[in-house]
Write a protein that binds this ligand. Structure first.
Ligand SMILES: Nc1ncnc2c1ncn2[C@@H]1O[C@H](COP(=O)(O)OP(=O)(O)O)[C@@H](O)[C@H]1O
Ligand SMILES: [Mg+2]
Length: 277
């Protein structure tokens, strides 16, 4: 969607809408002086006065700025005090994991992309400030929030993330992408920590190799399936998947949080072993 005339916002010219989400619109833009391609995320006018939404957005911007490239788009500028809070970041010339997933079904390619995604998750999960670890969790890891290019993988959308600075965060279950929330987020049984992101990573891997969605249906049906049914072995869908890879995916989508790997870096190491064969 193009605005009737390009809009000037601070140092940026907004040219077209990239995506309209629940809380914000992401614009394609460029910097006036340099022409640098920019993605600019701005809260919807109808929500921009809601304190809760503004706080969540300020937290998203803080995590984006602190984490930095190459794991997330490079933060460029923000104004979270104005009437329509916004953040500008470098535009990533990449497709989303959802668009790319058809080409991610071969195991070695998937392993390499997952390793890069593990690096980004590990960087997020181990963020610190002067007071110590932030304990950040993304909470909306899904194919639309991962941008994949030939050379790297970038995590976007920290809007539902929690951390020590914002422990509760927005109600992620009602806003998060359906089909990627881990069982403990529905049942309240078990800690809600970085292993929720590892569950989502497992769902994404399963779907890439199976070439189909794991959970389809309305939100009640999907919630029931996530909570009640173990994830089937991916090799039932794709017999060429190695035993090591199917075991790794099974551990990521273990319903018991404690049966999952302890960190993204542990998953990265397991992926390296899968790749070595
Ligand atoms: N820096 C960026 N470069 C390129 N595309 C981006 C960038 N940031 C976001 N996008 C695109 O915009 C979409 C929506 O952005 P996101 O932050 O996920 O917003 P929402 O909270 O509305 O889901 C993403 O799925 C991605 O396709
Ligand atoms: Mg998103």
């Amino acid at each position: 969607m193009r605005p009737e005339a390009p809009e000037l916002l601070a140092n940026f010219v907004l040219t077209e809408t990239l995506a309209v989400g629940g809380a914000a619109t992401v614009w394609r833009a460029h910097e006036v002086n340099t022409g640098l391609p920019v993605a600019l995320k701005r809260l919807h006018p109808a929500l921009a006065h809601v304190a809760e939404v503004r706080d969540a957005f300020a937290h998203e911007c803080l995590l984006l700025k602190t984490l930095g490239a190459p794991h997330v788009p490079q933060w460029l500028a923000q104004d979270t005090e104005c009437s329509l809070p916004w953040v500008a970041m470098q535009f990533c010339e990449a497709k989303s994991w959802s668009d790319e997933s058809l080409s991610l079904h071969d195991e070695p390619t998937l392993c390499v992309r997952m390793m890069a995604l593990c690096d980004a998750l590990e960087a997020l999960h181990t963020l610190r400030d002067a007071q110590g670890p932030l304990g950040a969790v993304h909470r909306d890891l899904c194919p639309a929030n991962v941008l994949v290019s030939e050379s790297h993988v970038v995590l976007v959308d920290l809007g539902l993330a929690t951390s020590r600075l914002r422990p509760r965060g927005p109600d992620a279950l009602s806003h998060a992408t359906l089909g990627y929330a881990s069982p403990e987020r529905y049942t309240g049984e078990g800690p809600l920590d970085l292993r929720a992101d590892l569950w989502a990573l497992g769902v994404m891997a399963w779907q890439s190799l199976a070439q189909k969605r794991l959970y389809v249906g309305d939100k009640f049906g999907v919630a029931g399936a996530i909570v009640d049914h173990p994830v089937p072995d991916v090799r039932v869908q794709n017999s060429s998947v190695s035993e090591a890879m199917s075991e790794l995916i099974a551990s990521l989508v273990a319903r018991d949080v404690h049966a999952r790997p302890a960190s993204a870096i542990a998953v990265r190491e397991a992926l390296a072993r899968v790749l070595r064969g």
